[in-house]
Design a binder for this molecule. Structure first.
Ligand code: WTA
Length: 654
């Protein structure tokens, strides 16, 4: 903590304001009795039965939580199928209710009732079987926001083949690395998609990735683009022809153990390699169903919309699995929020009469910047609850959301969680606890979290520290269940809390107030958050230093008016090259090739040297302060304080 890399843990003070949920909301809420907190405390872990009870089990579990050989199993002995829980079991009551509603970027609309979803999922499951996909085979998906993506996920779940969804905005390199890491020989992709009215091709990137992986890849291609009919190679199959070949087929769902993998997702960690996170069938599905019920207050008769992309964990948990497990209508939107006009989302909320809307602070800040005239044009009175996720929301953006979207009559849930946690961990229960703008809320019932200092001791209320989760939860991933090193072992940034037997180190800085509400301060490791998307600095920096002529690189985030946060790449060139224009472009290209355009740096700043501590560590905190135009404080820990002035003037002149 003395090398200047702590995340400014003690500098943030949340506002002291609280708002109560409206009575009309409380009266209809799924969870309205505050006794639930005590019940979980007194009956932990058995109180988690209520999450498992939201699902249909083929075989009952023996025990809620089993500790075995240093590992943890949730609902051990239980058998179930995730596709049955999200589709089949809703047919008797809701076969004609819409399950998926899709709004395309060109204004197209399509929906699937539960019966239609059931049919297509079965046909595609039969097709996957026909291609040789067996139980336990990992199937990669590289697809935009079209209904075929959740359909493919559910088809995989039906036959017990874990999926591995890779965000469609990622580069061919990023896809290839993830397919190799997962040993995945199947790829479901798409010819392309539309973004702001333009066609974006995907197949070329999928082809490059497939050619780069070790094993021969069998590909299924969905046809989304008009007038583009690529010729299919020997191992390539068209989605629509496969469906035609397997029309009317039904596939018996494969019974999976609660502890079997449901899917893998790669996220960013502190190394240059993507970090594999594998979620379980029984634990994860119970947890997403429960949090959708208790926090997002989803009811089967609702129309629910989470505007995330399914390529990230938020889309897995709260567009697909949680809402469909509860039998609701879930909305999928393909495109940009400002195309063709900046009222696009509010037009959809009005047309679809959305009840619950869940988005990210970065989007809210953009809405705020565009102005309230866009939401004001629309009748948003169908909304009952609003949610946010992905990064801290500042009180001003929170208030704007509350007033202009929620008309001061919808509670807001500020939900903290991570790819690793599978589902929401920290948030108010909207009918039970008051809201405090800027603070996410207390840990959910049954979740235990604390804020500790660098030695692992709990800090006082209101003081910054490291957020750790010190009790298991059903959504914990396979890697953690199996006793992986993410838990308990002290890391340089967040040691294991004193006197705590087991803890998951979240790598987030936080503070807890007197009421137990947690305010998240941001990552304390080498993971950065740009517009709610997570990147590893190592992954980006190694791509940059691979460029001929670049000696060193450090990537940090800095303030950006439009997006809240943007990437700044600080680089030093070999031999102090004078003409850096070419190198600047090379840096941008390298980042786009390795990750994708979403990680494109806002600024590439050349410096003769990066600021380093006496022990030779790059002082990121200082680079971040420069990018944020903040006062720089004490520079005495620096080995080369003379570079600071040069870096500052380079940033200002950029
Ligand atoms: C950040 C996204 C503040 C946090 C679900 C975390 C948040 C990282 C919040 C995980 C929130 C998520 N307030 N920060 N409500 N929610 N974060 O894995 O830094 O893509 O560690 O999961 O996002 O990002 P991930």
């Amino acid at each position: 903590m003395d090398d200047g890399n702590d995340a400014g843990l003690d500098t943030y003070q949340p506002v002291d304001e609280r708002l109560s949920p409206p009575k009309s909301f409380v009266e209809q809420a799924n969870v309205a009795d505050g006794a639930i907190y005590a019940d979980f405390d007194e009956n932990w872990p058995d109180a988690w039965e209520r999450a498992a009870d939201l699902l249909d089990w083929d075989e009952d579990y023996d025990q809620v939580l089993t500790e075995r050989d240093g590992g943890y199993r949730w609902f051990d002995g239980g058998q179930l199928n995730a596709c049955v829980n999200c589709v089949d079991r809703h047919l008797p009551e809701r076969k004609n209710q819409r399950a998926l509603v899709w709004e395309g970027q060109l204004g197209e609309r399509r929906s699937y009732t539960y019966l239609e979803l059931y049919r297509e999922v079965n046909e595609f499951a039969a097709a996957l079987r026909g291609l040789g996909v067996g139980e336990g085979d990992l199937v990669t998906m590289y697809m935009p926001m079209i209904p075929e993506l959740p359909i493919a996920m559910l088809a995989c779940a039906r036959i017990g083949a874990p999926h591995n969804v890779v965000f469609a905005g990622f580069s061919a390199d990023a896809l290839g690395t993830r397919m190799d890491a997962a040993d995945s020989e199947y790829l479901i992709t798409c010819d392309g998609y539309y973004r702001r009215g333009d066609a974006v091709t995907l197949k070329n990137k999928a082809d490059t990735a497939s050619a780069s992986v070790d094993a021969p890849v069998t590909t299924v291609l969905v046809d989304r683009l008009d007038g583009y009919d690529p010729t299919l190679g020997a191992r390539e199959h068209s989605y629509s022809s496969l469906l035609a070949d397997h029309g009317t087929e039904r596939v018996s769902p494969v019974e999976r153990a609660a502890t079997d993998d449901l899917f893998r997702i790669y996220t960013s960690g502190t190394t240059g390699e993507p970090k594999a996170v594998t979620h379980t069938t029984g634990g994860y599905l119970s947890y997403t169903a429960w949090t959708s019920h208790a926090v997002l207050d989803i009811k089967p008769e609702d129309t629910y919309w989470c505007s995330a992309d399914i390529g990230w964990i938020t889309g897995h948990s709260y567009i697909v699995y949680g809402p469909l497990a509860l039998g609701t209508t879930t909305v999928l939107y393909e495109g940009a929020p400002d195309h063709p006009e900046k009222n696009r989302l509010w037009e959809i909320v009005e047309r679809q009469a959305v009840d619950v809307f869940y988005t990210a602070p970065t989007a809210i800040r953009a809405f705020m910047k565009w102005g309230s005239e866009y939401p004001d044009k629309h009748d948003l009175s169908s909304l009952r609850l609003l949610g946010t996720v992905g990064e801290p929301i500042n009180p001003r953006a929170w208030k704007w959301y509350y007033e202009h979207i929620g008309n001061e009559s919808c509670p807001i849930v500020d939900t903290w969680w991570q790819t690793e946690t599978g589902g929401i961990m920290v948030s108010t229960l909207p009918a039970v606890r008051d809201m405090k703008p800027g603070a996410a809320g207390p840990p959910l019932p049954g979740i235990s979290a604390r804020v500790v200092d660098g030695n692992g001791s709990e800090v006082d209320a209101g003081e910054g520290g490291y957020l750790v989760v010190d009790q298991q939860w059903p959504g914990m991933p396979q890697e953690l269940c199996e006793g992986d090193a993410w838990a308990a072992t002290a890391s340089e940034n967040a040691p294991s809390p004193a006197g705590v037997e087991w803890a998951y180190l979240t790598e987030d800085g936080a503070l807890m107030d007197d009421d137990g509400y947690i305010t998240i301060l941001g990552r304390v490791d080498d993971v950065i958050n740009v517009s709610g998307h997570r990147f590893g600095t190592m992954e980006l920096e190694s791509a940059i230093v691979d460029i001929d002529g670049i000696a060193e690189a450090a990537v940090v985030t800095g303030t950006d008016d439009a997006h809240g946060k943007a990437l700044y790449a600080y680089v030093s060139s070999e031999d102090d090259r004078e003409n850096t224009e070419e190198l600047r472009q090379a840096v941008i290209d390298a980042v786009e090739e390795t990750v994708g355009p979403i990680a494109r740096p806002k600024a590439v700043v050349f410096t003769p040297d990066l600021p380093k501590t006496q022990s030779g560590k790059i002082m990121r905190r200082l680079l971040e302060d420069i990018a944020n135009d903040e006062e720089l404080g004490d520079l005495s820990a620096l080995r080369n304080p003379e570079v600071v002035g040069e870096i500052e003037s380079a940033v200002r002149s950029d």
